[in-house]
Design a protein around this ligand. Sequence first.
Ligand code: NAD
Ligand code: DAU
Length: 361
Amino acid sequence: MMTAGNQSTIEFKNLLVTGGCGFIGSNFIRWLMNNHDFSGRIINVDSLTYAGNPENLADIAADFKSQYIFQKTDICDVAALEAIFSRFAIDAVCHFAAESHVDRSIKTPGDFIQTNIVGTFNLLETAKARGDQFKLFHHVSTDEVYGSLGAEGLFREDTPYRPNSPYSASKAASDHLVRAYYKTFGLPATISNCSNNYGPYQFPEKLIPLVILNALEGKPLPVYGDGKNVRDWLYVEDHCEAIWTIMNAGRRGETYNVGGKAEMENIVIVQMICDILDDIQPARDGKARRQLITFVKDRPGHDRRYAIDFSKINRALNWSPRESFTSGLRKTVQWYLNQKKWVENIKTGAYQQWIEEQYGS
Ligand code: NAD
Ligand code: DAU
């Protein structure tokens, strides 16, 4: 098969994907299995925190029985990781597993240190122990490691790291560890630093799904501060394609910035969601959803603006985003409208009950 840049792919026989039951990880596995001539096995290691839901991949588990293997495992459990690496002869890792929500990192930073830093370290050590059989460690990271921009400028790969939240600080630490394992031990590794993703299966604590679901229920739509913070939005499948392109054709030891060229103020996004919903499914009382917008106390340390310069991956690997924000957002709103059962399971916590019945607590 060919990637975005028309480079032919490397053969990964046993690809360990961490955090594959979360938002981006599940989209990545589905995208790879359905759209690509991938003949290896995927071993999905996920501890199923509140953000992990095996239902996100129920179709893949049914359709690819011999190629898709799920292991409920914590990346902080070194012995369990070693057993998996040796049992499945892991030759590559695509590392998504993380505590990913900035607001939670302000309330419970300890979980972020454990999973994002210690968990990444455990994976690197276990991968290193595979020696020459190991082909690639791809680390999925964030643009938040660069801190906050003013009104002008873009994050480049050589922008100094200035993380402002416990989440971004923990991701910055994990990026440094991956880079150090490449430099010191020659572990074949690549890193991507990506902007805000949106699309199907995003947990409704993040801005876009939270606003969609609250608006449907006629609940307040909380906008932090003055609502003028800017994020650079990327449709999740575009991110998946960027990751796979880097894994196959990116230079080992390199970092690639990935972004959507879609800078938006939060308030504008919230208004767009209100208008899309009013159009597709008008409120029963006939009121415009914009009336639900409620300005609330700002997030502590709230980064003002993120924007990505993705010219490196564009030039070197011929990747650029395919989806426009307007069409991607409409598709996303429609997806949440169509997924009544998924939404209900999340809202009632039924997905966690099911996990406990299947896998124990
Ligand atoms: P998510 O919170 O939706 O999913 C995280 C997954 O990791 C969940 O399935 C969870 O169960 C699993 N996990 C958490 N701790 C674990 C542990 N100790 N062991 C094993 N599994 C564990 O996150 P996401 O939004 O899909 O983000 C995935 C990755 O992409 C993260 O590394 C994040 O930093 C990065 N990223 C996210 C975005 C974004 O906009 N969402 C943008 C850029 C980079
Ligand atoms: O930039 C990449 C990062 O994007 C990823 O690394 C993180 O894992 C991911 O969670 C995301 O971080 P943000 O903090 O930017 O995403 P979130 O959806 O939480 O917030 C987006 C913006 O909306 C941010 O400026 C805060 C604001 N916000 C968020 C929520 C949840 C609100 O105004 N109201 C809200 O209720």
